[in-house]
Design a binder for this molecule. Structure first.
Ligand SMILES: N[C@@H](CCC(=O)N[C@@H](CS)C(=O)NCC(=O)O)C(=O)O
Length: 229
């Protein structure tokens, strides 16, 4: 088995890092997690020296498989699905698998207003606030997407496709954002959010985040964007 090292950003904030970390954790493959401080000169431009040393894009996550470097969260998730086929990181049913890939790709490529207005901040609890229409549209789209997948494919368990898959890993940061910013959801979407937040992998990541120093992130307004609850 190759030596696996996953480089991740600050656990409290790095939504991109959480996704492949969950996939690798759920895969059962043995891997080491190496934390990289993102609140450094060059942040936001892919120019942090410590990140460039481990990732050619200047962004984390990056998975080192012996001397192979994989620097994108979806590529890492796909690598884990191929390396641990028995873990079922994609649904076995072809129709469910096609939709799981669609919802994962949608999360990977879309929802810029949601990312802008509701950044991941695990320890934060903010007051519910009025959000711009485009952000409310993102929330409504995710609520509909979650509810639809649960209704069509989720009978065998609490996750989008029953058992947990890469799609759930990609929406785990969103579940924490909905909690942080007190976002109202439909009953089906709220139940799925709670299932994700109760997942042992998500809780292990949160515990690791809580163990890191709770210092504000100085290079963005992520900690004071909205009023505290
Ligand atoms: N498309 C990339 C995005 C990765 C990304 O944006 N990572 C952020 C941390 S959450 C980063 O490294 N930022 C450093 C910077 O912007 O300088 C992926 O899927 O892995």
């Amino acid at each position: 088995m190759p030596n696996l090292r996953l480089y991740v950003g600050n656990r409290n904030y790095s939504s991109w890092s959480l996704r492949p970390w969950l996939c690798l954790t759920w895969s059962g493959l043995a891997f080491d997690t190496i934390d990289v401080e993102l609140d450094q000169p060059g942040y936001g431009q892919g120019q942090i020296a410590d990140v460039l040393a481990v990732s050619p894009s200047g962004r984390v996550p990056a998975l080192h498989v012996d001397d192979l470097v994989i620097w994108d969260s979806l590529a890492i998730a796909e690598w884990a699905a191929e390396a641990a086929p028995a873990a079922g990181l994609w649904p076995a049913d072809p129709k469910a698998r096609a939709i799981a890939r669609a919802v994962t790709a949608e999360m990977h490529a879309s929802f810029a207003p949601l990312r802008r207005d509701l950044p991941m901040n695990l320890r934060r609890r903010a007051r519910a606030i009025d959000l711009p229409p485009e952000t409310r549209a993102d929330i409504a789209r995710i609520d509909a997407l979650w509810s639809d997948a649960r209704a069509r494919f989720g009978a065998a368990g609490p996750y989008l496709f029953g058992a947990r898959t890469i799609a759930d890993a990609f929406y785990a940061p969103v579940a924490t954002r909905f909690r942080t910013y007190a976002i109202a959801l439909s009953p089906a979407a709220a139940a799925y959010r709670d299932a994700l937040l109760a997942d042992d992998g998500v809780r292990a990541w949160e515990a690791a985040a809580a163990a890191q120093p709770a210092k504000p992130f100085s290079r963005s307004d992520v900690d004071n964007r909205h009023p505290d609850a």
